[in-house]
Design a protein around this ligand. Structure first.
Ligand SMILES: Nc1ncnc2c1ncn2[C@@H]1O[C@H](COP(=O)(O)OP(=O)(O)OP(=O)(O)O)[C@@H](O)[C@H]1O
Length: 274
């Protein structure tokens, strides 16, 4: 794995607002190869007592393979809901989600569980590691849950990629927060996923560990060709992405390509304004 940061010669931009009538329409082989995940007119309504909450409202967006996209917006604007719908964790109330070449609508719970296990990597603010398992066993958990043989070369390579080759027999409690998050990233990578979904991956980390985790997410895109979709509140974190997608009240509110943290912060202050 190369240790450099962003490769400025490559410009990878998520395409937002693709319509069903453009070249990305269902059935276009080229299009389905180009996108790690696409959302088409996705709405999500939660029932909350007598009230309904429209968390997503007709969102159409495509995220190209090998890109790093940050999702930003005010609290409650639908960021986690968008990530969950893209990852098959939550079902849209209406609209379609297509992961690479697989339509998620209409899949059974078992199919969705298998698809998430085999084709999507998850990184959460709280790491979500199993304390009783070693680093190596945490990383290979998705493989063992699928009852597949463990590829020890692959395990060694992902542990080396996240800088934890020496720590494979440790338990999570023997690692720092930043190291635990890197274990979670190794676990996310073990199955060479179509999409890595990261929800506030630096939210629980000090700024130095956070920078290391962001640099690692950057490298898995640049060097391994992975696709990362990351929800964050932090403009500095979002500035590590190739593009930033903004949400306001469950709707897309714009996109910036390779913005600086200052440009992102400025846009955030004006989100939702007419
Ligand atoms: N399970 C649920 N039941 C009812 N309402 C929900 C549920 N999950 C989310 N919501 C509501 O949907 C809206 C969008 O929530 P979501 O968590 O996607 O926003 P967010 O932008 O990620 O927020 P935050 O930045 O605070 O994490 C909010 O109004 C939230 O209260």
């Amino acid at each position: 794995m190369r240790l450099s940061g962003r490769n400025p010669s490559r410009r990878r931009v998520a395409l937002v607002g693709a319509t069903a009538t453009d070249s990305l329409s269902p059935g276009s082989t080229t299009a389905t190869r180009s996108y790690a995940v696409r959302l088409e007119s996705v709405s999500k309504v939660y029932e909350s007592g007598k009230n309904e909450v429209r968390a997503l409202d007709g969102v159409t967006a495509g995220f190209r393979r090998g890109t790093f996209t940050a999702v930003m917006g005010p609290s409650g604007s639908g960021k986690s809901t968008l990530l969950n719908c893209a990852a098959g964790l939550g079902r849209p109330t209406s609209g379609r989600v297509v992961l690479a070449d697989t339509e998620l609508s209409g899949r059974s719970e078992t199919e969705l569980t298998e698809l998430r296990r085999d084709r999507i990597g998850f990184v959460f603010q709280a790491y979500n590691l199993l304390g009783a398992l070693t680093v190596a066993d945490n990383v290979t958990l998705p493989v063992r849950l699928a009852e597949k043989p463990i590829d020890h070369e692959r395990l060694a390579s992902v542990l080396a990629a996240v800088g934890l080759a020496e720590h494979h027999d440790r338990r999570p409690s023997q690692l720092s927060g930043g190291q635990q998050q890197r274990v979670a990233i190794a676990r996310a990578l073990i199955n060479r996923p179509d999409l890595v979904c990261a929800d506030e991956p630096t939210g629980a980390l000090d700024s130095r560990s956070g920078r290391q985790v962001l640099a690692l997410l950057r490298r898995i895109v640049d060097d391994l060709g992975q696709t990362v979709l990351m929800v964050t509140h932090d403009p500095v974190a979002a500035a590590r992405a190739d593009s930033v997608v903004f949400l306001a009240d469950g709707r897309l509110a714009g996109e910036m390509t390779e913005p600086s943290a200052e440009q992102i912060a400025e846009r955030m202050t004006h989100l939702g304004e007419p």
